[in-house]
Design a protein around this ligand. Sequence first.
Ligand code: CP
Ligand code: NVA
Length: 316
Amino acid sequence: MVRHYLSVTDFTAAETLVLLQRAHTLKAAWHAQQQQEFPLRGQTLALVFEKPSLRTRVAFEAGMTQLGGHASYLAANDIDMGGRESVADVARNLSRWVQAIAARVFKHQTILQLACFASVPVINALSDVEHPCQALADMLTLYEHRPALHTTTLAYVGDGNNVCHSLMLIGALLGVQVRVACPPDYRPHPDVVEQAQQFAAAHGQQLSITAVPEEAVAGADAVYTDVWASMGQEHEAARRRPVFAAYQVNQPLLRHARPDALVMHCLPAHRGEEITAEVIDGPQSVVFEQAENRLHVQKALLLTLLELAAASQSSH
Ligand code: CP
Ligand code: NVA
């Protein structure tokens, strides 16, 4: 059975920690300019992207180059997945040429279908339900600043979207105390909340969801936000602005957190909307560390999934 990474829940807590440790080691080697051998020499990653991307795309492309392999970027117009050709056929064709597929899709169902028909590992590079690669980078960043994850509180303020879902799940999985503040009509999906609650309970914790940002942020070690309208929801942006206005991460809200609280954002950011320029560009912000860590976690993820795929092939 090929292992995919469609959700942060596809790896156990132990597997996730090993992956983060591997990313940490890769990062250290990269900073020391100790280029190791090229373990992915001759291997290709297909990037099937239905939406724009800076961080995810470049981190995968640069990551493959650094590991000795190659990434082939396929934009929506190039293959028109589901139009020119069915998702199933795209998956079956790509599996004949490449060793892994990373896909950024509108509907989560599309990535499930890709994984169903691919015989190589599929990575979720963002869907409407999850953004697991981002969540891995966020946990690495948090761990670097607050190594005792079990005693760390992370507050997410804003839209209960894909980024919020993956963050809740991975945080709860690793024992981080997660608190979420969203407008009542923009809460995370109840199924995701329930699953995250179960992970939290395993650590003797409780995930909290509130409509009051100050409640979520009180005494937090990190305050995280994301755009109010995600890709594909641009037409809702004007309608959402007044609903989310009270959820802006600004200096008065940040004062409720610990004085040294980290400020986190997956980027791209809309300064003056979900976060003020003063806060995102201020001394507590780690947003570019999060962005850098995309490279290290995605390299670790590629190595891990390709090793697992090779091991499962050799056992047949
Ligand atoms: N954070 C993130 O995934 O950025 P991109 O949309 O630029 O890939
Ligand atoms: N929630 C945002 C994240 C972008 C990285 C979106 O889906 O557009």
